[in-house]
Design a protein around this ligand. Sequence first.
Ligand SMILES: C[S@@+](CC[C@H](N)C(=O)[O-])C[C@H]1O[C@@H](n2cnc3c(N)ncnc32)[C@H](O)[C@@H]1O
Length: 270
Amino acid sequence: MTQRPSWAPDEVDIERPAPARMYDYYLGGSHNFAADRELAEQAMAVWPDSPHIARANRAFLRRAVAFAVEQGVSQFLDLGAGIPTVGNTHEVAARLAPQARTVYVDNDLVAVAHSRSLLDGVANTMVVHADLRDADFVLEQARGLLDFSQPVAVLTFAVLHFVPDEDDPAAVVDAYRRATVPGSLLALTHATDDFQPERLRDMENVYRSASAGLTGRSHAQITALLPGYELVPPGLVCMIHWRPDPDAGPDPLDGDVSRYSAYAAVAVRK
Ligand SMILES: C[S@@+](CC[C@H](N)C(=O)[O-])C[C@H]1O[C@@H](n2cnc3c(N)ncnc32)[C@H](O)[C@@H]1O
């Protein structure tokens, strides 16, 4: 039996690996348990670039949030927000728009507990423990902070690939779209099997032992999640190609999109 750290909520099953804590491990964080680290190591044996991909994903988050603020959108609904790390949504947003409001949503109790302790007393932020597939509940909670008569940026970074086909991810996305006004945004990153299908299947197999399975999707399948949205240029592209930061250093994966196997997009609600 693994010893339960003092920061782990009692309700957490620390023997069951969870995507939130595996991702925390890829990013070099300390809010993970032995079971998470073991499965993350298995994932890295299949896909050694996972830590770089996680960092590129966070870099895209920062660019997408900054883009939203530039478009005049300063309300954020961050679905599957994860365990807080460097450059969280509310920090990026508040640097550019001090009045920005952020609601963080996650179904992982460690992510929620850590977010709550970090955001205690931080104005214009809120943390909701919920499954994003329960859009009615999430939206009801989010209305406590966000004004849905004004544009909202719905953020789904590295999370829709944890919603399996049988749970109809397009309908989930659409429930949030319908709750927002035209001019609102949706930002996403999503794993794809377009480039290395067999290796992606091996990753999906690793994640079968986690609390949520992974589903890689093709460019066409991810595009099909977004009816009622118009992609902003450059569209749905490899995450490193979405409006790259000109000051970023050399790409650690040599710009090889197949090693990332992850698409990113920002779209405007019509
Ligand atoms: C790979 S992490 C990404 C974290 C953050 N969005 C980022 O991109 O840095 C995926 C997160 O989604 C959360 N998640 C997965 N399925 C979820 C669901 N159905 N409802 C809410 N959160 C979910 C996990 O707990 C985890 O924190």
